[in-house]
Design a protein around this ligand. Structure first.
Ligand SMILES: Nc1ncnc2c1ncn2[C@@H]1O[C@H](COP(=O)(O)OP(=O)(O)OP(=O)(O)O)[C@@H](O)[C@H]1O
Length: 336
């Protein structure tokens, strides 16, 4: 794998826009995206459903033309310099288009024939843990195995820049872990990775940098820690229905409180101080706080605030179909 030592920025995007349809039907799916992806890093593009991640990725990959804006990939124009960009990048689309009748080995051999300086098929079979499935028809593979075969094709040309559009969607946790380990190894080998995913916990622990998209714009950027910084931690508990002691109004560092069906959720700027004050109050009041939970600010809470329109800094356009929704199942385990 070769690394582009000449430039520290593998991808540079400025003012990128993409409109679907024309006239009254026109819909702007990407509304002025700026993005810098550092060479040798993993950057995760996160967002609500329909935020514009795939639309953005397709323009960076050179698979679609921007309505306006600039894109430089490895210092090249992905549309004008398509052949050169294509040779140096690997693209994993959301859906693969394999023939189910071919075996895994036949599929890889077919792909091998289309690439300049490809990796040997046997090396890829081993790297993607597909050796034992080499002679099985693609139609008989599990979802995880099919995704690994997809990845084998993506990586066959030893790309220095890899685009992965939801590489782990639909996979079980073990397969997801394997795919992410592979992505980490790619980065460790010097490659740059731009990945879209709905799995916040995975992005949080594996990506070097996160870019959160909402309604066609990047609304938050930074390391996972930077993104959670400044957001409140939460304390939640349930008090017995008969509890007589009211929550004191001046609990240290608490910035907000909500009570729903006997369960209280407090927002705090200083988790330890508020928790100490709360426990002292409960002790003095002889109250038992059931199902007590204390959570530091997490990517999940930041993400949900954006998706639900509770983040005052994020504009909520009203012409975005499907904006602000995400499958709660995909947030599973999102806090560490
Ligand atoms: N070919 C198209 N014609 C019209 N609208 C489109 C087209 N492709 C996408 N859109 C719309 O553009 C918006 C952005 O879609 P896109 O697929 O880029 O979002 P996404 O962030 O990748 O979503 P998801 O997480 O659901 O895959 C959506 O509202 C979608 O319905």
């Amino acid at each position: 794998m070769t690394t582009n030592h000449l430039s520290e920025t593998a991808i540079r995007v400025r003012g990128l826009r993409r409109t679907y349809g024309k006239g009254a039907q026109a819909f702007e799916a990407v509304r002025g995206v700026d993005l810098d992806v550092r060479t040798g890093s993993i950057t995760a593009l996160l967002g609500t459903n329909g935020a514009g991640k795939t639309s953005t990725l397709e323009m960076i990959e050179g698979l679609a033309t921007a309505s306006s804006g600039e894109v430089a990939v490895l210092g090249l124009d992905p549309v004008r310099d398509r052949a050169e960009v294509r040779r140096r990048t690997g693209v994993l689309l959301q859906k693969s288009g394999f023939s189910g009748d071919l075996t895994v080995r036949e599929t890889l051999r077919l792909w091998h024939g289309t690439i300049t300086d490809p990796q040997p098929v046997d090396d890829l079979l081993e790297a993607l843990s597909l050796g034992h499935r080499a002679d099985v028809r693609v139609s008989a593979l599990s979802g995880g195995e099919t995704r690994r075969l997809d990845l084998a094709c993506t990586l066959m040309g030893r790309p220095e820049l890899v685009f992965l559009d939801e590489p782990t969607t639909g996979l079980d946790p073990e397969s997801r872990r394997e795919v992410w380990q592979l992505v980490s190894r790619l980065r460790d080998g010097g490659a740059t990775v731009l990945v879209t995913t709905h799995y916040l916990a995975e992005a949080e622990s594996l990506a070097d940098r996160l870019e959160i998209m909402h309604a066609g714009r990047i609304v938050r950027s930074g390391t996972p820690t930077e993104i959670a910084e400044g957001h409140p931690s939460t304390i939640a508990f349930t008090t017995p229905a008969a509890a007589s002691a009211p929550l004191p109004g001046d609990l240290a560092a608490v910035t907000g409180a909500v009570e729903e069906q006997g369960r209280t959720t407090l927002e705090t700027s200083d988790l330890q101080t508020s928790l100490t004050a709360l426990l002292t109050w409960a002790e003095r009041s002889s109250l038992r706080l059931e199902s007590l939970e204390a959570r530091t600010a997490s990517l999940e809470s930041v993400f949900l605030a954006i998706a639900d329109g509770r983040d005052p800094a994020v504009e909520q356009p009203d012409d975005t179909p499907d904006s602000g929704t995400t499958d709660p199942a995909l947030l599973e385990g999102a806090t560490r």
